[in-house]
Write a protein that binds this ligand. Structure first.
Ligand code: PNS
Length: 167
């Protein structure tokens, strides 16, 4: 039974280096289903991100400004600790293909063991986005390929600037 006394809060965690139209599609699908959707950017310096945490958060706030119940935040440490701090009942993750499933299942089960009261919810982005990943987008831009339509326009500009300034 849903508990109508507590708002439904979902946390959508990720590296978002940078946000793609696949992420955006998932956020668009989830936002109407919950009271609050907290998009939580991992502070993953060890993964050597292309964009700093501040840059990733700023790009996402710009793109997500139109969604009144979506907020962008950052986190460090265990995801479930962060989710508990936010009083979230749900963790949102996207699955593109079967190949995502194994890693996602592992994480979902580990998170369930750590925090049995928090549920992981998987959603599928539209099929038009099923091949998009931040990693491939960066690789294609870096090699001079066209990424139009794969990321928001403002992010496309930032990506091009980043790679032009590296040459
Ligand atoms: O976009 P990504 O890189 O696939 O997201 C991975 C993320 C951020 C969901 C995962 O690395 C994570 O939750 N990291 C926080 C540390 C943690 O809680 N680790 C245990 C997860 S089972």
């Amino acid at each position: 039974m849903p508990n109508h006394h507590h708002p439904v809060v979902a946390v959508y965690p990720g590296s978002f280096d940078p946000i793609t139209n696949g992420h955006l599609d998932l956020i668009q699908r989830c936002a109407p289903l919950v009271d609050r959707l907290v998009v939580a950017v991992l502070r993953n310096e060890h993964k050597n991100p292309l964009f700093s945490l501040a840059e990733r958060v700023a790009m996402m706030r710009e793109v997500l400004a139109e969604f009144p119940n979506v907020e962008v935040d950052s986190f460090d440490g265990l995801l479930v600790d962060y989710a508990r701090d936010k009083h979230a009942q749900l963790l949102l993750r996207g699955i593109r293909a079967i190949s995502d499933y194994e890693y996602e299942l592992q994480m979902a089960l580990m998170n369930r063991r750590l925090a049995p009261e928090i549920e992981t919810m998987f959603m599928m982005a539209g099929e038009a986005y099923s091949f998009i990943s931040s990693k491939l987008v960066k690789e294609v831009v870096g090699l001079g390929g066209n990424i139009n339509g794969l990321v928001p326009l403002s992010v496309e500009e930032k990506l091009k600037q980043r790679f032009l300034s590296r040459v």
